[in-house]
Write a protein that binds this ligand. Structure first.
Ligand code: ACO
Length: 321
C-alpha cells in the first residue's frame, strides 16, 4: 500500500457577468477577429464588486466538498493560489475558511501567478503524504480584472475572473490512483517580462499587469513542453498513455504549439480559453472541473496538468483519477 493524495472532488465558480469580444471592442481599440485569431478567446467573466477572490474561491470550494461527499469540518488544510488576494493580508485562504464555515485548520495562500495551482497542488500533496492533514482544499481563484490596465489593449483582452477547487484526500492505495508526480520551476531573472507594476512594499498601490507578449509566448512553449516531458519520465509513461491534458488556458496558440511539440492529439486536451480567457491560477482547476462534470474525465483516467506564468514560474503534475 502507498499513501497518496487522491482527487476526491472538483468544483468551480464564475462571476455572473460574461463579456464577449464584441462588447470589449466597444470600450477598447480591438476586434473580435484579432482576439480570436491571436488567442482563441471569445468570452471572459468579469467580477462585480460583490464578487471577490475569496467569495469565488469559497463557491468553488463548496462544490468540490459536495462532490467529495465531505463537510467543511473534515478539511485540515486550505491552500488558495492567487495573485489577486482580497487584501494584502490576511490570506484569502482564511477568508475562504470563514466563508465555508470550516473550523480550525491550516490555511494559507500561494503566490506563483498562473502556475499557482500547480504549486499549491504540489505543496498539498507533500503535506498530505507527511500526515499534516487527511483532506485538503486546493483552490485557484483570481479577479485579474482588478489589476488590468483597461487602456492597454495588449493585456486587457487576455484575462478573465473565476475560481476552481479540488479536494485531495490522503489514502492508502494498492493501485496507481492519486498524484503520481509533480515538478515545479522558477527563473526569477525573467520577472520583468510579466509582472504587476505596483505592490505594498514598492509603490504602495495595487498596480497593473505588464507583459512582453512575444517573449512570454516563446518561453511558455519551451518550458511547458520540457516540464511535461519531465513529469512523464518521472512516472515512466509516454504521451500515448495520457487520457487528458488539462493545460493552463492562456492562449490557444500556446496550447496547440506545446501539444504539437509533444505529439499530443488535440482531442485529448481540455480547452476552456475560448469561454473563460486566462484566469491565471484558476484556469487549470476550472477546466478540470468542467471536464469532470461533463463526463470526459472519468475514474481511472491518467491526466496531466500544466501551467506557466509570471516569475517565470511553471510546473506540471500527473495523476490517476
Ligand atoms: N487588438 C488589436 N490589435 C492589437 C491588440 C488588440 N487587443 N493588441 C495588440 N495589437 C496590435 C499591436 O499593436 C501590433 O500592431 P502593430 O503591428 O501595428 O504594431 C499587432 O497587434 C501585433 O502585436 P504583437 O504584440 O506583436 O502580437 P502577437 O502576435 O505577439 O500577439 C499576444 C500578442 C496574443 C499577447 C501574444 O504575444 C501572446 O499570446 N503571448 C503570450 C502571452 C500570454 O498568453 N500571456 C498570458 C499570461 S502568461 C501565461 O499565462 C503563460
Amino acid at each position: 500500500m502507498t499513501l497518496r493524495a487522491i482527487l476526491a472532488g472538483t468544483g468551480s465558480a464564475l462571476p455572473r457577468t460574461r463579456v464577449s469580444n464584441a462588447e470589449l471592442a466597444e470600450r477598447v481599440d480591438t476586434s473580435d477577429e484579432w482576439i480570436v485569431e491571436r488567442t482563441g478567446i471569445r468570452f471572459r467573466h468579469i467580477a462585480e464588486p460583490d464578487e471577490t477572490t475569496a467569495t469565488l474561491g469559497a463557491d468553488a470550494a463548496k462544490q468540490a466538498l459536495a462532490a467529495a461527499g465531505l463537510e467543511p469540518a473534515d478539511i485540515g488544510l486550505i491552500i488558495v493560489a492567487t495573485a489577486t488576494p482580497d487584501n494584502t493580508f490576511p490570506a484569502s485562504a482564511t477568508k475562504v475558511q470563514a466563508l465555508i464555515g470550516a473550523p480550525d485548520c491550516i490555511a494559507f495562500d500561494v503566490a506563483a501567478v498562473c502556475s499557482g495551482f500547480l504549486y499549491a497542488l504540489s505543496v498539498a500533496d507533500s503535506m498530505l503524504r507527511t500526515g499534516a492533514a487527511k483532506h485538503a482544499l486546493v483552490i485557484g481563484s483570481e479577479t485579474f480584472s482588478r489589476i488590468l490596465d483597461w487602456e492597454d489593449r495588449t493585456t486587457c483582452v487576455l484575462f478573465g475572473d473565476g475560481a476552481g477547487a479540488v479536494v485531495l484526500s490522503a489514502e492508502d492505495v494498492a493501485d496507481d490512483r492519486g498524484i503520481l508526480a509533480t515538478r515545479l520551476h522558477a527563473e526569477g531573472q525573467y520577472s520583468g517580462m510579466l509582472y504587476v507594476d505596483g505592490g505594498p512594499s514598492t509603490t504602495g498601490t495595487v498596480g497593473h499587469v505588464r507583459m512582453q507578449g512575444r517573449e512570454v509566448f516563446r518561453h511558455a512553449v519551451t518550458n511547458l513542453a520540457s516540464v511535461l516531458g519531465e513529469v512523464m519520465a518521472d512516472v515512466g509513461l509516454s504521451a500515448a498513455d495520457i487520457d487528458w491534458v488539462v493545460p493552463h488556458q492562456a492562449n490557444k496558440r500556446i496550447i496547440d504549439a506545446t501539444a504539437k511539440k509533444l505529439g499530443l492529439p488535440p482531442e485529448r486536451i481540455v480547452l476552456t480559453v475560448d469561454r473563460h480567457a486566462n484566469t491565471s491560477a484558476a484556469s487549470v482547476p476550472l477546466a478540470l472541473d468542467l471536464a469532470v462534470r461533463d463526463g470526459r474525465i472519468k475514474r481511472g483516467d491518467l491526466i496531466v496538468l500544466e501551467a506557466m506564468g509570471g516569475g517565470f514560474t511553471w510546473g506540471a503534475a500527473v495523476l490517476r483519477v
